[in-house]
Design a protein around this ligand. Structure first.
Ligand SMILES: [Zn+2]
Length: 277
């Protein structure tokens, strides 16, 4: 018995389970296609290298189960790998180059456009992919005319009241947030006794940050000895459950809004307002 693609999300919303005839006949006016992009990269001694890809698939699976069956929201096979060259050379890391990842994402977009789809969501669970995907999204918009969206569950702010300020600022890799989620999703995949706390020595800088307005380029070995940033020792499965519940609720609603979004309306409404004024 093969059990990988089970449950509502994978039985009802997995686009490639359909035949070509079924895909052809789908109503596409409001259809949204979701492309998950993760990473396979070292996450310290306690988390599996699959962490980012795993969190992405699990959050999407939960979110898609919460959506009205009538909505045209479709999942395509996840790209497990991401641009992880900041971790390259640390065992277990499998990285795509920037040009490879950009090429894969745009090839998938062109293919969806050729099948008649109009909306693509780049659903990303690895911070190192973000800048590249924002560039790719605009390139695809200009080259194909598709409406392209991006969403990172870690940016939704759903853990803001669950984590201390230091963790919210520096806990960007294998810390409390990710460890709690994986402890909830796959407790057997976490080496709990290997959890550590490591924060970057950034206190002396007033302006410089890792990822905010004024930043420096870094690879993981520049900023962390353990390979993580954050406090994994505070992680609990219960916190992970709350984060996943909130993120999937918010995403389910956001997906429906995205599938209703029509970019042309922006100007129509602006000109109507301008004419009235
Ligand atoms: Zn991660």
């Amino acid at each position: 018995m093969f059990t990988r693609y089970e449950g509502v999300a994978w039985e009802e919303r997995f686009l490639p389970r359909l035949t070509r005839k079924q895909v052809k006949e789908l109503p596409k006016e409001h259809a949204l296609v979701i492309l998950p992009i993760g990473a396979v990269e070292q996450h310290g001694d306690h988390l599996p290298v699959m962490t980012d890809a795993l969190i992405g698939e699990a959050t999407l699976t939960d979110a898609l189960e919460k959506i009205d069956p009538a909505e045209q929201i479709w999942l395509i096979p996840p790209i497990a790998y991401g641009k992880s060259n900041e971790h390259l050379g640390i065992p277990g890391t499998i990285s795509l180059s920037a040009s490879t990842l950009a090429g894969i994402v745009s090839d998938i977009a062109y293919s969806l456009k050729a099948s008649g789809f109009r909306r693509l969501l780049l659903f990303n669970t690895h911070g190192g992919n973000t800048d590249l995907l924002n560039v790719a999204a605009r390139e695809i918009r200009i080259a194909t005319g598709m409406m392209v969206f991006s969403l990172s569950p870690a940016s939704l702010g759903v853990a803001a009241d669950l984590l201390p300020p230091e963790e919210l600022e520096f806990g960007i890799h294998g810390g409390d947030y990710e460890t709690s989620i994986v402890m909830y999703l796959k407790p057997g995949w976490v080496q709990e006794h290997c959890r550590v706390r490591e924060m970057p020595a950034m206190n002396r800088y007033r302006f410089l940050t890792l990822e905010k307005a004024i930043r420096f380029a870094w690879k993981m070995e520049d900023v962390s000895r353990s390979g993580i940033l954050g406090d994994a020792t505070r992680a609990t499965a219960e916190k992970g459950r709350i984060i996943q519940e909130r993120a999937s609720d918010l995403m389910a609603k956001a997906f429906v809004e995205i599938s209703r979004f029509e970019i042309k309306q922006l100007l129509e409404e602006t000109s109507a307002g301008a004419a009235m004024g």
